[in-house]
Design a protein around this ligand. Structure first.
Ligand code: ZN
Length: 227
């Protein structure tokens, strides 16, 4: 018998952490960096030219790129927590640049865009990063923790409603009351999810950070020492 009492828990859930896999540069994170730089550059150029069509090109770059990095990560079996956090941060920059651009081109939309950006960049950022408190690879697998929060936020429908439908609504309808109503509904879903998450209780790491950091630094030398 070679089993250790402190051996890591082994499971076959696709969404649970695979520590050996974590690294900064994967094909998917490179796509994330490139699609973000490209979408930002096009959004800034759209602002420079005061051009709605260019801003829509930036929006399309953001969406296509956001789908592409996710698909690539899954197809190449290289989903990482690092990649998930980079993806979440990149989405906030892209949405911020594009929606501020939309507000600048159509100032009647400042209120719905303000409500949307607050929920997306503050409430939704907190929700999206919450997966880090559990041994999960990304929010896409949050159903392993809570199916209800996952369904409203990271199922295919949940993600589509939160990102694409709002921008389409702004541009296609041009209706301020409709945009305000949708932004308020999205915010209500996010706040409700946040309250449910807090009630659920997020795990907090225990122990001493200094001890953990020095143990981490010594690990390569001590990994062969029996417990
Ligand atoms: Zn598992």
């Amino acid at each position: 018998m070679t089993e250790h009492s402190d051996a890591p828990v082994v499971c076959d859930h696709r969404g649970c952490v695979k520590p050996g896999r974590e690294r900064l540069f994967t094909g998917a994170t490179q796509v994330t960096f490139i699609r973000t730089a490209l979408a930002l550059a096009v959004a800034l150029y759209a602002a420079h030219e005061r051009s709605l069509p260019l801003l829509l090109v930036a929006l399309a770059t953001y969406w296509v790129g956001d789908i592409a990095d996710g698909v690539l990560a899954r197809r190449t079996d290289s989903e990482t927590r690092i990649g998930a956090v980079l993806d979440i941060a990149s989405d906030r920059l892209c949405a911020g640049a594009i929606y501020i651009g939309l507000a600048w081109l159509d100032p009647t939309m400042v209120i719905p865009i303000g409500i949307y950006l607050f929920q997306f960049a503050v409430v939704d950022t907190f929700l999206s990063l919450a997966f880090l408190a559990w041994p999960l690879t990304s929010p896409n697998y949050f159903y392993l923790v809570d199916a209800t929060i996952w369904r409203w936020n990271w199922s295919k429908l949940g993600k589509a409603v939160n990102s694409s439908l709002f921008a389409i609504l702004l541009v296609v309808t041009g209706s301020v009351p409709a945009a305000v109503a949708v932004a308020v509904c999205l915010s209500a879903v996010k706040v409700w999810s946040l309250l449910r998450l807090v009630r659920l209780g997020m795990p907090v790491p225990s122990g001493c950070a200094v001890t953990a950091a020095s143990a981490q630094a010594r690990r390569p030398l001590e990994q062969d020492v029996a417990p």
